[in-house]
Design a protein around this ligand. Structure first.
Ligand code: N01
Length: 511
């Protein structure tokens, strides 16, 4: 279809086919909201778990909880699942859901513009069949907070003559055996991939700007008896999931109100360092000088042993430039390399996608958020951007538990909103500015005593104004309580201006 033909009318356009987009499709479909399309820029479902294929990629949240509540999986091989297993899980849930016929792959959203006259979003896409326009009653943005790789702006990085790639865009065509490799970054991705590289590379230089607290990973395989019991004993797996949930929630008071309690984590981190590293200089280099939890607490049994290996150097002198052949640090040393891996994270607080979303007064989301930082009512809806839902929007990410709990909470809110639109004959809704401002002010207040604000580190949780616009500053069940009902009294609402297709609820996908 060419862009000159009339737009495809659709009730709900979901952008992204990761955990969030798939949950939105399944739950809207179950509620009878069948007229939906999921646009995905990649070739498959899975989102971050489809894209992040770097060696050693695994989840750092136990899979009993890092999975949908409506699709428990008794077959997880171990406590923390590897990326291929999580991807296969998402694929299976997608196949079983009966919604895949409405997924459009290899298609990018170019821009989305609110049209007040039709009470629809005009969403331009580009896919294998060329450009297309959808006119959608609602847009559910599930593009992910960690999807746009951030490549560091280091002088000369474009002049590097060897292979260079980001951890989230791994180039599997490059044979790394025996190579001299530099890895920039020591975050969650780097601590997983460096031990894998150490085993095969000739030499690895790890460039660390700030050390992280890394505690042991209590990993183990599930026995076949456990898997059978999860499958056969009613309620057992749900009880196991609840136990993981409660353990992780039990940590919230330390993060949110009493950061000094996190000294316990620091003791675990120091023990982890001392167990693997003998060299006092290296021990000092990897020991953080801020409160644990201020940056994400990482878990690994392999990171420190890898740093202590003979073929690995941890470089803490700042990088000043990159040449055709290597990396130059402030002390003037140039370390030659064949391959440069940038494990430098993502655009989180200034998501590039916001530049392509234009609200009702003609301003983009990026214009708005550049001025005042990211903000959304309940992390989900935005004043001036009617009928738009942000899944994993501002202040919904977690430092302690499974984001899938948050995703399911937000998706419930989307479904409740869709029902309200039909029940009340609503054509357009947006949160009132006062509701959104009150919500944001409350978050800022709650954020003040948290370790993310007081812990003495710089982190990507904070935006350029110094506000933590990324994390939810409390218990996840509180977040869920806030989103159980679609609270119409907090919204400016317009009646529907054109007839809307009928719906019929269908049987739930659940096990
Ligand atoms: O990215 P990061 P990530 N020069 O932003 C450094 C999730 N995740 O991809 O700390 C030199 O954490 C930067 O240094 P500093 C998880 O939510 C989950 O590792 O800013 N260094 C840091 O060391 C995680 O939090 C899993 O001083 C530069 C690193 O690069 C999120 O993804 C696994 C630099 C970036 O670390 C992001 O993790 C993996 C520069 N110019 C990831 N710029 C699970 O297991 C940046 N750095 C579920």
């Amino acid at each position: 279809m060419s862009s000159t033909t009339s737009p495809t009318q659709v009730d709900h356009l979901i952008v992204g086919a990761g955990f969030a987009g798939l949950a939105a499709a399944i739950k809207l479909d179950e509620a009878g909201e069948r007229d939906l399309v999921v646009i995905e820029k990649d070739s498959d479902v899975g989102g971050t778990w489809h894209i992040n294929t770097y060696p050693g990629a695994e989840c750092d949240v136990p899979s009993q909880l890092y999975s949908y509540s409506f699709a428990l999986n008794p077959d997880w091989s171990k406590v923390y699942s590897p990326q291929p297993e999580i991807l296969e899980y998402i694929r299976k849930v997608a196949r079983d859901s009966g919604t895949l016929d409405r997924f459009v792959f290899n298609t990018a959203v170019l821009d989305s513009t609110w049209d007040a006259a039709t009470q629809r979003w005009n969403v331009r896409t580009e896919g294998p069949d060329g450009p297309r326009v959808y006119a959608a009653r609602t847009v559910v943005s599930c593009a992910g907070g960690l999807s746009e790789p951030r490549v560091p702006e280091i002088e000369g990085i474009d002049s590097f003559a060897g292979e260079i790639f980001h951890s989230a865009r791994w180039n599997h065509d490059v044979d790394l055996t025996g190579k001299r490799i530099a890895v920039i970054g020591t975050g969650a991705s780097a601590i997983q991939l460096v031990p894998e590289l150490q085993e095969i590379a000739g030499h690895v230089d790890v460039y660390q700007r700030t050390p992280n607290w890394v505690i042991p990973r209590n990993e183990r395989k599930f026995t076949s008896l456990e898997k059978t019991a999860f499958r056969k004993v009613p309620g057992l797996q749900r009880a196991a999931r609840s136990a993981v949930y409660s353990t992780l929630e039990g940590r919230v008071p330390a993060f949110a109100k009493f950061p000094d309690l996190l000294k316990v984590v620091e003791a675990q981190g120091k023990k982890n360092i001392h167990g693997a590293i003998k060299d006092p200089e290296l021990r000092a280099k990897v020991t953080p000088n801020y409160r644990a939890g201020c940056k994400r607490i990482l878990i690994s049994n392999k990171w420190y042993p890898a740093l202590a290996a003979d073929n690995v150097d941890l470089v803490t002198d700042p990088i000043v430039k990159i040449t055709a052949n290597g990396v130059v640090t402030a002390d003037g040393t140039e370390r030659p390399i064949d391959v440069l891996v940038v494990a430098t994270g993502f655009y989180v607080t200034e998501p590039p996608i916001a530049e392509h979303v234009t609200g009702k007064d003609g301003r983009t989301l990026a214009d708005l958020w550049n001025e005042q930082g990211m903000a959304a009512y309940k992390g989900t809806t935005i004043h001036g951007f009617p009928n738009l839902f942000q899944i994993v929007g501002p202040n919904t990410a977690l430092g302690h538990s499974s984001i899938i709990f948050i995703i399911e909470s937000q998706v419930k809110y989307v479904v409740e909103a869709a029902k309200a639109m039909r029940r009340e004959g609503i054509g357009a809704f947006e949160p009132t500015l006062s509701a959104q401002d009150e919500w944001t002010a409350d978050i800022r207040q709650k954020m003040k005593p948290t370790v993310w604000q007081t812990g003495g580190c710089a982190s990507w949780y904070q935006d350029k104004f110094g506000n933590n616009t990324t994390l939810w500053p409390g218990q996840t069940f509180t977040f869920r309580q806030h989103l159980t009902k679609f609270d119409l009294d907090k919204y400016d609402v317009e009646p529907v201006s054109a007839p809307v297709k009928k719906t019929r609820a269908k049987k739930k996908v659940s096990k």
